[in-house]
Design a protein. Sequence first.
Lengths: 146, 207
Amino acid sequence: MTRGKLLILMIGLLFGCSDIDNCTSDSNLSFMIVRFYDFETKATKKVGFQVSTEGSTGLFGLSSDSLAIGLPLDPMDTSLVFHFDSDTNDYSLNVRYDPNFLIFDPDCSPSLFFSGIDTLQSSFDSTAIRGTVTNRQLTTNFEVYF
Amino acid sequence: MLLSLVGFSQSQAPRIIQPKYGFHEVKVGFNALRSARTVLGSGKNMHEAELSLGINRWNGVFDFGTEKNERSGGYSYENKGTYLRAGIDRNFIQKVRSGNVLALGLRYARASFEDQLVYSIEDVGFGNQEIDLSNSDLKARWLELNFTLRGKITSQLYTGFTLRWKFSRKVSGEGSLQTFDIPGFGNTKRQNATSFDYYVMWRVPLR
C-alpha cells in the first residue's frame, strides 16, 4: 500500500466515526439510591418507611419489604433533609449535593445528575457513602445502618 | 579585447541569491462552509477568517471565528462566543511558490464564550420548576492536527479544505450548567472532535 493510500485510509477512519446515541443511553440519574442494612449484622435489611422531605409536594412511599429506595433531590437547592418514618422509629438524613445540568443529546430533554453527595447530619446509627455521583453505573449512593 | 572584457564582466555579474527563509506569500480568506451553514441552516450563526503566511515550506496559519448556536425542543439552549487558532503547516508541495498547499499541521486554539439553558422540570416531588442557568465567562482550549489542501482556481484565487482532528480539550468557568457547544470545537459529547472546513482564499505573492 502506498503512503498516499495509507494516509487517505487513516483520515477516513478518523472521520468515519459517527455518534450513535439516543435518549435511553443517557446514564445520568436525577435521584440518589439509599440502601438499608442492619447495624449489628451488616446484612441488607427490609424496611417499611414513609419518606418525606421539607418542601416536597408529596411522600416517597416505601413498601415493607424494600431493600433500597431512589430519592429525588431538589435541583434548585444544594441540601435536603429526608424524614424516614415507620410505626416504631423515625430517622432523618440531611444530605448535601451539587446539581449538574447538561444536554446529553440535542434531541433529548436536558439531563440532570447530582455530584458531591455527602452527609451533613443523620440520626441513623451509621451511614456510608458508596457513590458521590448519581448515575446508572452505581447501584448505591448511601448505605444506612440501623 | 574590450568586447572580451565586457563579456567577462557580464559572466561575473553578481548572482541574486534568494534568501531561503522569509515570507514569500500571504493568503487571506474565509471559511465558506461555515458561512454557508449560517445562510442555509437554522439556529446557527458562524463565520471564520483565515490568514496564512508562507515561509519556504512552512505556513504560519491564524484563524479567528465567531459562533452562535441556538438549540430547542422542549428546552432552549443558546451558546455564543469567539475563538482563535494559531499554528504551523508543513507544505509537501515541491513548488511552494505556486501557492498550492498539501500540508500537515498543528494548531493551538482558544475560545471565549457564554451559554444559557432554560427549561421546565416536571414535578418529581418538588413541584414544577423553571430552570434558567447560564455561564457568562467560559473558556476552552484544545489542540488540533490538521490536513490541509489548497489549489489555485484562477489568478490569485485559491480554494481547498482542512480536515481537523481536535484533542486535549479543556473547559473552565462552568457552574451547574455543563456546556454543550464550544465555538470552533464542536459539541462536548466526545472528548475529541473532527471537522471539515472549506476555505476560499486570496493570495498576495510577496516576492
